[in-house]
Design a protein around this ligand. Sequence first.
Ligand code: ASP
Length: 280
Amino acid sequence: MKIIIHGGFFSESSQSMATKIAKQQALRHVVKNAYDYLKTHTALETVAYAVEQLENDELFNAGIGSQIQSDGKIRMSASIMDGESTKFSGVINIENVKNPIRVAEKLFPTEDRVLGGEGATNFARAHKFEFFNPEIPQRRKEYEAKTGSKSLGTVGCVALDEKGNIATATSTGGKGFEIPGRISDSATAAGNYANSYCGVSCTGIGEDIVSTAVATKIVTRVSDGFTIDKAFEKTFAELKAIDGFAGAIAIDHKGTIFHLDSHPCMVFASFDGNTLDVFE
Ligand code: ASP
């Protein structure tokens, strides 16, 4: 059993040491908690559980604490993928729900598995996800000052369960100030992808992640025989060629945990039952 989570990026130049410590603590707590959960649950159940906890923490840009778009509204995106069946489900630009990842999970057994905008919000209401405004005062202040938030804080999780199945989940509040209707990478195969060989969750600039198809490429390369480090190396070289900004976390079928970022530094934590590794 292995697990890795991320909480977007941290920037030394624009964020305080107190925020860094708070993020480290939050990730340590969630990764341990989710690892315990993984002992009695599948990888798929566990990634939703971990991401839900990260969405509930306003330190991160997903669920509560999401960024505000240019028209003053919050629209969130989240997806979940099961490596064994290669089934993917997600919501894009959903509004006024507490946990977008739980709506994505609800769509998993359905036929129409990726819903956008009003359709996603209507689906949530029809399945008893109550109205919930995820806005926090700090985000409104940043919106009004037109500064935007100082960090990107998308969240994600990759888990490998006892049976050897891999799953991934990713959730975001977007990049802030975007044109309404802009689509994040987080609920696409470029930002969140898994098969029976590997699972990857990304954070960073969605346009760069989609241009490079980061998660899909890493997973495909591992499936085709690349080692996970070589799969990352080649994909991040392609990202660099477009001057892209991204980070990604992964686990392969052998249980190798891996992560890489194009810029300092992606906020992550991993746990394998013995060693807890957290970003510094
Ligand atoms: N990838 C997200 C997006 O572009 C943002 C992030 O990772 O913080 O919507």
